[in-house]
Design a protein around this ligand. Sequence first.
Ligand SMILES: Nc1ncnc2c1ncn2[C@@H]1O[C@H](COP(=O)(O)OP(=O)(O)O)[C@@H](O)[C@H]1O
Ligand SMILES: [Mg+2]
Length: 470
Amino acid sequence: MTTLNQALRNRELARRNGGGDLLKIAKLLASLSPEQRRFVEHKHRFKVAVCPRRAGKSQSLCVYMLVEALAAKSTPILFLSLTRESAKAAVWGTLLELLDKFNIQHESRPSTLQIRFPNGSLITLVGGDVPGARHKLRGRKFKLVCIDEAGFVSNSNFDQLIYSLLPALADLRGTLAMASSPGETMDGFFYHAYAGDMKDSWVQFDWDMLANPYFMTPATSDKYKTKGEEELATICNLQFGGNWSHPTFLREYRGKYVQDNEKLVYPFTSVNVIQTVPTLDDEQFGIGIDFGVTSESAIVVGKFSQYSKDFIIIDSWSRAKCSVDELAAEIMSRQEKYNPIMTVADTGGLGAATTQELRRRYQIPINAADKRDKVFYQRTMAADLYSGYIKVLEGLELLNEWTKIVRGPDGEELKGVKNHEADAALYLWRYAHTAYLKHAEPRLTDDQIMLNQLIQQAIQESKEAEDDLY
Ligand SMILES: Nc1ncnc2c1ncn2[C@@H]1O[C@H](COP(=O)(O)OP(=O)(O)O)[C@@H](O)[C@H]1O
Ligand SMILES: [Mg+2]
């Protein structure tokens, strides 16, 4: 129902806009729920929406782009997603549907994923995986850049791409609107815009599936009010055993950022973090090294014992673009301090030359790390983390790395996350595990030794007694 005031306002806006399109803009906006509309209409230039799956993020971005394209002539708009395929899958079809539904004149070119309007506005869809995407976008100007599912990756390349788009918005005082479900790591550009360091420069939005008009229709069962509630309950029961606080459920269907230990490669908890270092019975020290020729080099110091399953990490260090001399100095100071019985490093591939130099020039003995079946050993290490055998001194950078290293769908750790200290720790732990931890038994007390002797003696005597009978 249009009130007189609204009609007058609309007419005024229509006059300013050059007519016809205004009604279409109004209809487009009206197709959104109030929560979706608030995101689209908010005037701030930097907007970030964190919503679960099926909340209508992509749909809202589609409406947003069309509204902007119609609202002013010659408006350049960019839609960016992780890959060209995902960009196309998320919005191309929806855009065409909306254009058709609201009878909006346009020309669409599927080969370039572009939509051109008679007023000169242009929507372009791109994927972050397009080779040289950064360079292709350099120097272009946009009034609106929409980024879909930006929080879903722990991929610093994509973050770089976002950074490189910021200047493209400056000329037209354009808007950057990002929408995504929460990522698996609490890190990256998107996370920091929503809840981290950059929070104050952004306006945050969140709505869920229940605020998507599509799911607001009545449920089939009268146990639930809407289709959305019914859908959520069904998913929770089927996939998460009815556990409404399951981390994956919270993240994907409720849109909450949660640390999901199941996804962590090194799933440590407070059990694994210590404030003071205990002394082990007959403790030995070891050093783990990860060589980074162009990236970071890392050193980790741990201790263990033939009498214990505990593995305690007491020192971790890493530095970018470190020379062999610097690295040698760091290793040698630790050798002096701890007198380690093993110094394990990645001696193959890129580490080969560094290993040779450390052995030859500095006489540093280096044991070769076994790198086969990395995933298997990461899982074994994870089991020891769960059991509490692995302990790390609070404050080490290693722990910071561990919170960010997550598994991809194939079980391998996702690339693009800093992992040098984690790798150094894995090399050392694996070596110590094979040599000591796997068959470690607590040292026997004097009483136990005495008891064992008595048992052996008793067995012997009963055998002799038996022999006497014959
Ligand atoms: N305002 C809306 N009106 C009608 N259908 C909508 C609306 N918002 C979302 N939908 C529908 O809800 C479903 C999920 O929307 P989508 O944008 O794909 O969600 P998301 O990107 O958050 O996963 C789609 O079928 C979409 O067409
Ligand atoms: Mg989507």
